[in-house]
Design a protein around this ligand. Structure first.
Ligand SMILES: [Zn+2]
Length: 490
């Protein structure tokens, strides 16, 4: 009899675990059915959310309430549904330039609107009541900046509450007093999981509520839910989860939520190779959050031991977009070996709806403890300064359609002089920089803070170009090679 019971309970445990995994893996596989297609790039604006929120208002499944206004008068809306006793409050984008989870929230709302996965949705909605506040800082989102228009970082305003957005956030917490709160952010794409070359695509934190970083019941619950999510996300981004620093910040919301009795869970969307617009990361957010809701609704997280939280690797910040290793640099008659760390920095257009790259060398020297999304081993390669053409080419009708420039790059030119460099443009899609007729190219210098445009030469032969931080293999056709943009200098 005992054997049978043991066998039976083992069977139950196995089927339950399998079911949880089935659900989360189905979430990943069926994601495209629920993706909110009107949000497809990071620089989303409040005006794009308005029609989505209006649609929810006329949908009896959801209760939509105006809960506040930003400084510039944009509405803050709370979307609530579910009949269970466990309140879960989720808010996104308190930092205006951190939109990934806002997109994921609308995917999640589409998921619940669909009624698919009937059994799992029933479990979630019978046990929890969900409250979503997407885009807490719409004024910041408008100009794609972290702070609100008061110039305040809302996440340092939890005590002083000078921003209306902060007061709304605190007011909702106090009125619902939820046991769980999800604080949804984006972090730098240059974070990696400690001592690995893998980006911290998702980072989690159950923040401390005091300087001693004590663990009480409230914080422990947050840690357990994080481990539950981590177990899921490891299936889709193995090794790409980090643990955000738990240094106590007296003025931050997550830390204070913990103090006020809400298990706050920070999710940070970081970087992922070839995913500048973070659409894969958005999908991981969707899977992570829905898994957590399911874990909370079923109580499945409760058995998780806390030491597993500590085993999630810490966040580190050791990534470059492009790392060039062991290149030879000739200076004042001597050769030196240097590594280069390059960031492809984003410069917003005036409308803050799109951006272009302006790359910078952010570190050079021995970078053996750093990693790159792209790494090039330049052992035996010499760094060669780029040339600029002397004769200006005739007027170009449209710089976006500049053709036939490849021969110049092949011949060692990084800058093409042109007669009519447009006054209102800073970049072009061609893989060569453009300079105005009288532009004087400064002497080449390999230095932190400079734009990386140069050539690599091996045994006297030019093999690669680096144009505005993008590496081109000169032996391959240009059109197939990954490239952002080149720059225009006047
Ligand atoms: Zn943030």
């Amino acid at each position: 009899m005992k054997v049978i019971i043991t066998f039976l309970s083992l069977f139950l445990v196995v089927t339950f675990t399998m079911k949880a995994q089935d659900f989360t893996s189905s979430l990943y596989e069926t994601y495209e059915n629920y993706k909110e297609l009107s949000l497809d790039k990071r620089r989303i604006k409040y005006a794009q959310l308005v029609p989505l929120i209006n649609k929810l208002k006329s949908n009896p499944k959801f209760e939509v309430k105006k809960v506040g206004e930003s400084i510039e008068g944009r509405d803050l809306s709370l979307i609530s549904f579910g009949k269970g006793g466990t309140d879960i409050f989720l808010w996104s984008q308190m930092h205006g330039d951190e939109p990934t989870a806002t997109e994921a929230i609308f995917d999640i709302l589409n998921f619940f609107d669909s009624g698919d996965f009937t059994k799992e949705q029933k479990v979630i909605l019978a046990n929890t009541r969900l409250h979503f506040l997407p885009m807490l800082n719409p004024d910041g989102a408008e100009i794609y900046q972290r702070r609100n228009v008061l110039g305040v970082d809302i996440n340092r305003d939890a005590l002083r509450l000078q921003s209306p957005e902060s007061r709304t956030l605190k007011g909702i917490r106090d009125s619902i007093n939820p046991p769980f709160g999800f604080n949804l952010h984006d972090q730098s794409r240059y974070y990696n999981a400690e001592r690995t070359p893998k980006p911290a695509t998702i980072s989690y934190l159950a923040p401390a509520f005091n300087y001693e970083k004590d663990i009480n019941e409230v914080r422990a619950r947050g840690m357990q839910v994080i481990v539950f999510m981590n177990d899921v996300i490891q299936n889709y981004a193995p090794g790409q989860v980090g643990r955000y620093s738990d240094a106590f910040e007296l003025r931050a919301f997550g830390d204070n939520f913990m103090k006020w009795g809400t298990s706050s869970i920070l999710i940070e969307s970081g970087g992922y190779a070839d995913d500048r617009e973070k659409q894969e990361i958005r999908k991981l957010n969707y899977v992570s959050i829905l898994s957590a809701l399911y874990g909370i609704a079923t109580g499945k997280y409760k058995d998780i031991s806390l030491d597993r939280y500590e085993r999630i690797p810490r966040n580190d910040r050791k990534l470059f977009d492009l790392k060039i290793e062991n290149a030879t640099y000739h200076l004042n008659g001597n050769d030196y070996i240097v590594d280069l760390g390059i960031h492809r920095q984003e410069i917003d257009d005036v409308s803050h709806t799109d951006f272009h790259y302006n790359s910078v060398i952010v570190d050079q020297g021995d970078l053996s403890t750093y990693y790159g999304y792209e790494t090039f081993d330049a052992t035996g390669y010499k760094i060669v300064p780029p040339k600029a053409t002397e004769q200006a080419i005739p007027a170009i009708s449209n710089v976006d359609r500049l053709m036939d420039y490849e021969k110049w790059v092949q011949a060692g030119f990084g800058y093409l002089r042109a007669q009519n460099v447009p006054k209102d443009k800073a970049h072009l899609p061609a893989k060569i920089n453009l300079i105005s007729q009288n532009f004087k190219l400064p002497n080449f210098e390999l230095m932190v803070g400079k734009n990386p445009t140069f050539f690599l030469e091996k045994e006297g032969k030019r093999t690669h170009a680096v144009i505005n931080g993008f590496l081109l293999d000169l032996s391959q056709p240009f059109q197939d090679q990954k490239f952002g943009n080149a720059l225009i200098y006047r």
